[in-house]
Design a protein around this ligand. Structure first.
Ligand code: PLP
Length: 440
């Protein structure tokens, strides 16, 4: 089976209940998958960017099965969402139990025990001595929207600053802070005004350019930053970037908002990526991994910052009890097991990507924290960034049963479920090694 030794297969058999992966039995896409793709294409919004034709039927742990019974090893976790792996039995049990007793009542109008438990839990997770308040949304972009509104409300200032390469979402507010790809902006403007961007990592540019030419610092409500930039290319900043940004915010009474939507909930081996850099933000934004795949987002803000009045902001579904129950189970699992696993496995992943980059000319710049790592693809011939070859590699990985996703201009990201084990990681990396040799 594609050069994978049987003892490698045995080593990760127990991790998912679907059987060993990868296991590719049909040409891809298989016959049933082709049918779905044909029907889907007739009606689906054409704006999605599906890199390869994977039609998923079910998944467990780090294994995904398609509609034709082919099994894939998942190095993408639904874009860093399935933190505890697919359908973790404890998450499923929490969802089932909650769904049997209460699916919805609206947390804006009434009190919900699961919501109270989760807000308390998130408030206690935020580092520092401040009391924290929590707003729950249904997605990452809604958490960003809420944070933008809260920053303006609290400070009574208008300007919001972000960074080149940032991804904060696609609704009109968050899109104003997103600065990742021009296609994400094209024809949608004007978006929310009074937002500005500087290169990621460049604190000087805020002072020497924005404060000089665009706005006074006392007009700035907040700076939004990803402590490890996600969609922009899994960019790990210099160690002094975030401390310097914190100092600048303190100097001018600007709120520092850390968008941990992709990097939070243990993904980098710590609860939040900013903890690698020794700072504390004024607001933390969460979504993706928070509820292991149930739609849920959160703004965790210092109590004195979240001072908006009743009616200022709310959501019908935000804090949905089923999503909250999934989040509570997720936090239990991350705390008891997966945080440590991510830190240890992340070291192994980064080391292996370093070895692969030394072996294969086509991949460079191995980087990352925990299980949020990436490499860039260059042309073997010219040494320049090569998006076409990146596409070829993603296709070849799919054909061999390995789910990978792109990031940035030419990045390939490695963000498996936090429950992945060493043997599965090694199987996937070996496949990656083989396909680089065979297909590039
Ligand atoms: N912020 C970051 C850092 C993200 O990575 C994303 C999504 O990729 C978002 C915000 C938007 O989240 P959502 O897609 O749930 O709206």
């Amino acid at each position: 089976m594609l050069g994978i030794k049987q003892n490698d297969m045995e080593a990760h058999k127990g991790a998912g209940s679907l059987g060993p992966a990868p296991s590719i039995e049909t040409a891809l896409p298989g016959p049933l998958a082709r049918e779905y793709i044909e029907r889907d294409t007739r009606h689906c919004s054409p704006a999605y960017t599906r890199d390869y034709p994977l039609v998923v039927k079910r998944a467990a742990g780090s294994v995904v099965e398609d509609v034709d019974g082919n099994r894939f090893l998942d190095f993408a976790a639904g874009i860093a969402v399935c933190a505890t792996g697919h359908c973790h039995p404890k998450v499923v049990a929490a969802i089932e139990e909650q769904a049997r007793s209460l699916i919805h009542i609206c947390g804006s109008d009434f009190y919900i025990p699961a919501m109270t438990d989760l807000m308390e839990r998130l408030a206690n997770l935020a580092p520092g001595d401040h009391k924290q308040h929590v707003y729950l949304s249904n997605s990452g972009t809604e958490a960003v929207e809420a944070a933008m509104k809260l920053a303006r409300y609290h400070t009574k200032r208008k300007w919001l600053i972000g960074f080149h390469g940032a991804f904060h979402g696609r609704t009109m507010g968050s899109l104003a802070l997103t600065c990742s790809k021009s296609t994400q902006q094209e024809r949608f403007g004007p978006v929310v005004p009074m937002t500005a961007h500087v290169p990621y990592g460049d604190v000087n540019a805020i002072e020497s350019q924005l404060f000089r030419y665009k706005m006074n610092p006392d007009e700035v409500a907040a700076i939004f930053v990803e402590a490890l930039q996600g969609e922009g290319g899994y960019v790990v900043p210099d160690p002094e970037f975030l401390p310097r940004l914190r100092a600048l915010c303190d100097k001018h009474h600007i709120l520092l908002v850390c968008d941990e939507i992709q990097s939070g909930i243990g993904r980098t081996g710590k609860w939040f990526a900013f903890q690698h850099f020794g700072i504390e933000p004024d607001m933390i934004l969460l979504a993706k991994g928070l509820a292991s795949g149930m739609p849920l987002g959160a703004v965790v803000a210092r109590g004195d910052v979240m001072n908006w009045a009743p009616g200022a902001h709310a959501s019908t579904f935000g804090g949905n009890p089923v999503a909250c129950a999934a989040a509570l189970a997720t936090l239990d699992l991350v705390e008891s097991t997966y945080l440590d696993n991510t830190a240890t496995l992340g070291e192994r992943l980064k080391r292996s990507l370093g070895e692969l980059a030394a072996k294969h000319k086509v991949i460079v710049n191995p980087r990352g924290l925990g299980l949020m790592c990436a490499v860039d693809v260059i042309s073997k011939r010219t040494g320049k960034p090569d998006a076409k070859t990146r596409g070829k590699i993603l296709q070849a990985a799919f054909q061999r049963g390995l789910i990978l996703l792109p990031c940035g201009e030419v990045g390939i990201r490695f963000c498996p479920p936090l429950c992945m084990n060493e043997a599965m990681l090694d199987v996937g990396l070996k496949l990656f090694d083989e396909l680089l040799t065979a297909s590039v």
